[in-house]
Design a binder for this molecule. Structure first.
Ligand code: CP3
Length: 357
């Protein structure tokens, strides 16, 4: 592979610069993404076509010196494959036609065979790997069992997750039954992605941070841990590292770091210096610039990037990213400034550390 800095950082090995990629790096802030989406007809048509998915996965890499590609898809393809009927209402975000609201539907829920109902994702992985031709590693992903359950029960995104939390507090055994099925589905799905060629896997636990302390362990982390323990460890003679991102998970950093993952994704509420002190060299850390910082002029963006890099320091094991997905109205020049500054300043930090020793 011509650029394996991401894999090296995930293994806490030294790299010449801090590797950088961005959550939602392929998306609506890029005019070429919007053009391809218009040609495909809709977001779902785009995601379900391996040729279009390959095209948009590579778009950000043509513009910026990114150190990884991330499969273009969505976490909600899994519940869609379980028969919940994913759709996007105009300007309203994702919705399900058949959310899980009664016991019969929950009892009938089953993990899908990824080689059948999610074949288009696996075809996209194979096509993207070919198109990348070893330039950078390809990251595959899934939602966590808990975050998928949030959408499956609620039927859409939510500010308070009232349907989900009602089930959690009133009928916890029903939620556990959904989470059991989801853990199986996520494990099979990620292992199928690994078999198709992804070189890193990431689990997005976007809503785990909405839970109380004890419930985070019981309903979210326990199931992610189970998935991680059952992942294929090696493919093509290389370790396949896993990243667990929990938005709002900073308070549980030690527990997340002990989940078996190779790296912990952190949002911007976390101080990277303190985080490193808490987890040591047990795991790599990924993050954590506030995506809203990209609304500042390029020189300010660069200063905020340096602050994140300074907080972690020059030791191995940092992957630069945002603390959550990039916003659709982000200026392209801000992203260019971010990527350029990560490369230049992190190389300088390492040089400075070396002259000291
Ligand atoms: O990071 C990448 O570039 C890979 C692609 C990716 C998408 N969604 C594409 C997408 C990834 C990794 C996701 C993950 C995802 N999807 C998460 C977890 C990460 C996070 O952001 O918290 C969640 C919660 C979802 C569910 C989802 N999908 C929502 C809430 C939305 C609507 C929000 C929005 O930005 O409009 C989607 C749609 C979606 N998924 C889009 C993209 C590029 C926008 C759709 C469009 O083009 O209209």
């Amino acid at each position: 592979m011509s650029n394996d800095s991401l894999l090296r950082a995930l293994a806490r090995e030294p790299t010449s610069h801090t590797p950088v990629w961005l959550m939602r790096q392929a998306g609506r802030y890029l005019p070429e993404y919007n053009a391809t989406r218009a040609r495909a007809g809709s977001f779902l048509a785009l995601a379900k076509s391996p040729a279009f998915a390959t095209e948009v996965t590579l778009q950000p890499l043509e513009r910026f010196a990114l150190d990884a590609a991330i499969l273009f898809s969505d976490i909600l393809t899994v519940p869609d494959a379980m028969g919940l009927g994913l759709y996007f209402a105009q300007g309203e975000g994702p919705r399900f036609e058949r959310p899980l609201r009664d016991e019969a539907a929950i009892r009938a829920l089953a993990a899908p065979d990824p080689s059948d109902r999610l074949r288009y994702v696996l075809d996209a992985v194979r096509e993207i790997r070919k198109a990348l031709a070893g330039r950078v590693p390809l990251i595959g992903f899934s939602g966590s069992p808990f975050t998928l359950a949030c959408y499956m029960v609620e039927g859409s995104g939510s500010d308070d997750w009232r349907a989900l939390k009602t089930m959690l507090y009133a009928r916890p055994e029903l939620l556990h039954r959904i989470l059991e099925v989801n853990a199986r589905a996520v494990t099979d799905y990620l292992n199928a992605q690994i078999e198709a060629g992804v070189q890193v896997v990431m689990i997005f636990d976007t809503w785990g941070g909405q839970l109380n302390h004890a419930d985070y362990e019981e309903f979210s982390l326990a199931y992610s841990r189970r998935v991680i323990a059952a992942l294929t460890r090696e493919s093509g003679g290389r370790r396949v590292p896993s990243i667990l991102f929990t938005k709002g998970g900073g308070v549980w950093l030690e527990a997340i770091a002990a989940s078996g993952c190779d790296a912990v994704g952190v949002d911007w509420t976390v101080d990277l210096a303190a985080a490193r002190a808490r987890v040591g060299a047990r795991v790599a850390l990924q993050g954590n610039l506030d995506p809203a910082a990209l609304f500042a002029p390029p020189e300010r963006v660069r200063a905020h990037v340096r602050r994140v890099l300074d907080a972690f320091g020059s030791a191995p094991g940092h992957i630069f990213n945002l603390g959550h997905g990039i916003a659709p109205t982000t200026p392209v020049e801000s992203v260019a400034a971010l990527v350029d500054e990560v490369r230049a300043y992190s190389a300088k930090l390492r040089a400075k550390a070396q002259t000291k020793t």
